[in-house]
Design a protein around this ligand. Structure first.
Ligand code: BG6
Length: 501
């Protein structure tokens, strides 16, 4: 994790496989730009784009520059206000290697680009289609590029998706671990790059107050929501074979669940933190097929609207099958079988084309004993929530009941809160800055270990298996908050979703 006043990361040759893809231009390059702006890159860091289309270093740099400058104008960008001087400094570090990922000659060419006289350090960032992960790893191994015996570090960054089910994730881990050690593998989940996600651990474990009520004596249930307003955009083909469950749950939503539910680690060190996370995700109860069907709801958006704008249904999106049964919304109930959480349901939901963008964790506390208010409006006080808002409007809020001033005993919901923007100056960031810096410095705390990944898939596998045998995919109009069945998952337990937004 990054700290205040940190030094520049060590020198390295950073190879970006899939250099002409979206991830490099939208996120990795802006993140490297921000790291360079903050003086966190060593002067001997070189960035080498690797891809099959022939290009020179100047053309590669030119394309990235054009994208970042254009994006700036649109105001959507993360490296806003591109500073030409800063860019020129970063552009000098850029290089390009044309090469087929399957051709051993590519790897011989890469070997020559590692600066062995100064440091010998290299990172191979697999920003490619997942089908290349095993292929590239194997060839890196065969070419001797993962050998650290000469002193320099050799690391491989693997992007998501890491497998499509438990069996494929295990196979991919086995393949990577054949050619390198676990401490050389950096499996990325970009949610861990978010300040608000890192803050969950800091808030929980540095404020003694929280620990006293962070258990099944006081907490009734936990809700984790990642609602998006966007549809599948240009990723129809990928999404149609993936769906909301695989896309968001074993990775992003389980990261949030792990941060909320894990035991305090013995130290803030990579293995201690990752072991606690693996334990808690490993303690999610594996449902039988019948229970998996009962405790899950799938939805798919149909035609709808956002304000005045008409939105096409999922089946009308580009590269999506006209009779697709892929879910764009999922709601689940899971139980964690350990002492702290026994009996506390965790409700998870995520969906595309919902009414608002809101990623939040709502922790719902058990009600106060209320016999003394029997004859008043207070007989049924609303539950207290602690809302941890991951994005947007980052912060934390406690819902409290208060007496509205006046002669009557009337209660009102009030909020006690902290918004990041009120306390901290947030510089534009993509979330990848911390992750790239940590990879350069060798801190694996925010990366997924093999067992973290496999435990995540183990917990969702019963849903995948159950759905393969049947169950309904409910429609919901684009622009609304999922199907009614998603609400019923809670109302049948006499609970309701925390309001979004
Ligand atoms: C990605 C998913 O991993 O996360 C996308 O593939 C999703 O479908 C995205 O939109 C959400 O990320 P964020 O940071 O916008 O919450």
């Amino acid at each position: 994790m990054t700290r205040q006043s940190i030094p520049a990361a060590p020198p390295c040759t950073l190879f970006l496989f899939g250099a002409n893809g979206d991830l490099v231009k939208r996120l990795l390059m802006p993140a490297l730009y921000n790291l360079s702006r903050d003086g966190l890159l060593d002067r001997n860091l070189r960035i080498v784009g690797v891809d099959h289309n022939p290009a020179t270093a100047e053309e590669f740099a030119g394309r990235l520059h054009a994208f970042m400058a254009e994006r700036d104008k649109g105001g959507e960008g993360t490296a806003k206000c591109l500073d030409e001087k800063l860019w020129a400094r970063l552009a000098k570090r850029l290089d390009y290697q044309t090469g087929d990922f399957l051709d051993p000659a590519t790897y011989q060419a890469l070997a020559k680009r590692i600066d062995t006289t100064r440091h010998g350090n290299a990172i191979f960032y697999l920003a490619t289609s997942p089908r290349f992960f095993p292929e590239v790893a194997q060839r890196l191994g065969q070419a001797g590029l993962l050998d650290e015996s000469a002193g320099g570090f050799r690391r491989v960054v693997v992007e998501k998706p890491f497998g499509t089910d438990l069996a494929s994730a295990e196979a991919l881990n086995a393949c990577l671990l054949k050619v390198m050690g676990e401490r050389q593998i950096y499996r990325i989940d970009h949610y861990l790059g978010k300040e608000t996600v890192q803050n969950i651990l800091v808030s929980r474990f540095s404020n003694g107050l929280f620990e006293s009520f962070w258990n099944n004596h006081y907490i009734d249930h936990v809700q984790i929501t990642a609602a998006e307003t966007v549809g599948v955009e240009t990723r129809g083909a990928f999404y149609d074979s993936t769906g909301a469950l695989r896309d968001m749950v074993p990775n992003h939503l389980f990261q949030l669940l792990a941060m909320v539910a894990m035991e305090p680690p013995a130290a803030f060190a990579a293995d201690a933190v990752r072991s606690e996370k693996a334990k808690v995700v490993g303690a999610i109860r594996p449902w039988s097929t019948k229970m998996a069907l009962k405790n899950s709801v799938r939805g798919q958006y149909s035609d709808g609207r956002q304000g005045r704008k008409r939105l096409p249904g999922y089946r009308h999106e580009a590269n999506v099958a006209a009779d697709s049964q892929t879910e764009t919304y999922v709601a689940l109930k899971v139980m964690i079988d350990n002492w702290r959480w026994a009996g506390v349901p965790f409700y998870l939901r995520t969906g595309k084309r919902m009414s608002v963008r809101d990623t939040e964790i709502a922790i719902c506390f058990k009600p106060a004993p209320y016999a003394q208010f029997r004859e008043s409006e207070l007989e049924r006080p609303k539950p207290n929530y602690l809302k941890i808002q991951i994005q947007p409007n980052e912060g934390m809020w406690f819902d409290l009941q208060a007496k509205r001033p006046g002669p009557e005993l009337v209660m009102e919901n009030v909020e006690l809160g902290f918004a990041y923007k009120d306390f901290f100056k947030m510089t534009p960031a993509t979330g990848y800055e911390t992750l790239i810096y940590d990879c350069l410095t060798g801190d694996q705390t925010l990366f997924q270990r093999a067992d973290n990944i496999e435990n995540g898939w183990r917990a969702v596998q019963p849903f995948l298996d159950a759905w393969a045998q049947g169950g309904e995919v409910h429609e919901y109009p684009a622009g609304e908050d999922g199907p009614e069945a998603g609400n019923e998952l809670l109302t049948r337990d006499k609970r309701e979703w925390h309001r979004l937004g």
